[in-house]
Design a protein around this ligand. Structure first.
Ligand code: ADQ
Length: 490
């Protein structure tokens, strides 16, 4: 029997398509680059899947009537229609003003509104209904990220035949923080609807198991927890699956003569400075963009770096512009950039370049190839793919990475110049160490990091999660009590 796309269902907040305006002003849909699509590419190459998500357009916007394609690449698309007010309350509200800051150490204060929680539950229910409607009997359903934490439970209630995996792409906080959430038990119960719950780091696994105990009264073991209910007696597996990148394809793009020429031109256009430092992020207050800009500005102030010989390029993709805290961090970053330029710029010498834009992959890779030092200084980050991308693009095995200890990636990239982003002096010292490191030392570190990034690539991430999910589904009723699966199913 042939494989049907409905045998594997991917569920994520966004569909892997973006509406793009053509030169004549008309809109058409294109496969969106990067993000989850790239991560799941190896899976998508292997078999057809159905992808359920929101398209980015509002269901109540009558003017926006360009039909969505039924499929892109090997993905059948199923749109979850969301109205403007649902997006405001569920996405901008509960997802990005409550869960996102709470899970990132409450760097900005999370807000708790009953109205947005209502919308979160309602939208999660809509996603779950869409899954229940399309998943083939016994299908594998892979639910992604913090926007959809209730979907596993909602799907299980109506489709107990499917195998459900849930993966969280952001950090998962300890009880001390999580306990603030008024709806804390409901969120854990939502995730426990899955057969396998995955995090980037073992810390996330531990935090989840402790919360399952404290909030739901369960007795977890290492790597699993048994859920007990009247007609629901299952084992939920919990594990760490550190995400990665398509290292080989980035490596080959970085070797492409056109990309190398682009990198050469970039250096030339920047005035061929002795050292180029680079930051690439979504414009988010978790990313510590201000941390590195302030450290760099102070190094110029102190005379430790020569503004005519170093340039810092910061590329920041516009992000979540409807959320107030994102408008504030943007203003703060622009203030620091402006101040550094006012104090240290000169006609013909511009020590900071700031690009508030998204860019095509080839161009991004040209920046990675051109940069001598990559600055990745988040205050908290689930993994951080940018630092791995930089390493994969360093085909000359040279270049230095300054990396925050508070990224998931720091556990793997221990040869980076690791920094505590809250320690301004420490960040400055690490930047100077990276600038002045002997080439031999830089190359030793880079070779070791490249080996890591090539060993643990995204293909390995995807296949190991799916393999663990297959086993988890298979052994769902392998419990320690005396009832057999057949009895439980009766
Ligand atoms: P993000 O917070 O978005 O992801 P990150 O992991 O760094 O952070 O991924 C960003 C991606 O966007 C990278 O692939 C990068 O190349 C791309 N990108 C950034 N700026 C860009 C620009 N200006 N133009 C084009 N592309 C740009 C969340 C979590 C992370 C986790 C990932 C994956 O917050 O911790 O690593 O999911 O699980």
């Amino acid at each position: 029997m042939g494989q049907s796309a409905n045998d594997v269902v991917v569920v994520a907040n966004r569909l892997p398509v973006d509406a793009t305006a053509g030169p004549d002003g008309s809109t058409h849909w294109e496969q969106s680059p990067g993000g989850l699509v790239t991560a799941l590419d190896p899976l998508l190459r292997e078999r057809p899947v159905t992808w359920i998500g929101w398209s980015g357009r509002f269901a109540d916007d009558a003017a926006d009537a360009v039909p969505l394609p039924d499929r892109v690449g090997s993905c059948d698309l199923v749109e979850v229609p969301l109205t403007r007010s649902q997006v405001e309350d569920y996405y901008e509200g509960f997802c990005n003003a409550t869960i996102w800051p709470l899970y990132h150490d409450a760097i900005v204060a999370p807000v708790y509104h009953r109205r947005t929680w209502e919308a979160y539950q309602q939208v999660n229910r809509v996603f779950a209904d869409a899954v229940a409607a399309v998943a083939a009997p016994g299908a594998t359903v892979w639910v992604h990220d913090y926007q959809l934490q209730l979907v596993p439970q909602f799907v299980r209630q109506v489709r107990p035949d499917v195998t459900i995996g849930f993966f969280l792409h952001i950090p998962f906080p300890p009880h001390e923080l999580f306990a603030q959430l008024p709806w804390r038990r409901q969120i854990i119960e939502g995730m426990l609807g899955a057969d396998l719950v995955g995090f980037h780091r073992p810390e996330g696994v531990l935090n989840f198991l402790v919360l399952a105990h404290r909030l739901c009264g369960l007795s977890p073991e290492s790597g699993s927890v048994q859920v007990r209910g009247l007609d629901d007696n299952r084992t939920v597996r919990v594990g760490a699956f550190p995400i990665s990148i398509d290292s080989r394809s980035l490596d080959s793009l970085a070797r492409d003569p056109q990309v190398r020429e682009k990198a050469r031109l970039l250096r030339h256009d920047l005035g061929n400075p002795g050292t180029i430092l680079l930051g690439v992020d979504r414009l988010d207050y978790t990313k510590g963009i201000d941390v590195r800009l302030k450290a760099f500005a102070e190094l110029l102030d102190d005379g430790d770096l020569d503004p005519t010989d170093v340039t810092l390029v910061q590329v920041a993709t516009p992000s979540r512009e409807g959320v107030e805290e994102y408008q504030r961090i943007r203003q703060e970053i622009e203030l620091v950039v402006g101040r550094a330029l006012g104090d240290h710029g000169a006609i013909g010498s511009v020590p900071v370049r700031y690009l508030h834009q998204s860019m095509p992959r080839e161009e991004l890779v040209a920046f990675y190839v051109a940069a001598d030092i990559m600055l990745v200084t988040p205050l908290r980050d689930g993994m951080n793919l940018v630092c791995k991308e930089y390493v994969a693009c360093r085909t000359d095995e040279d270049g230095a990475l300054v990396l925050s200890e508070f990224t998931g990636a720091s556990a793997e990239l221990s040869e980076a110049y690791l920094v505590n982003p809250y320690d301004a002096e420490g960040v400055k010292r690490a930047i100077l160490d990276a600038v002045h490191a002997p080439q031999e030392d830089r190359m030793r570190r880079m070779r070791s990091m490249r080996a890591t990034v090539f060993d643990n690539d995204v293909e390995r991430w995807g296949t190991s999660f799916l393999e663990a999910l297959r086993r988890a589904g298979h052994n769902r009723y392998e419990t320690v009590d005396s009832r057999t699966a057949a009895e439980i199913n009766e």
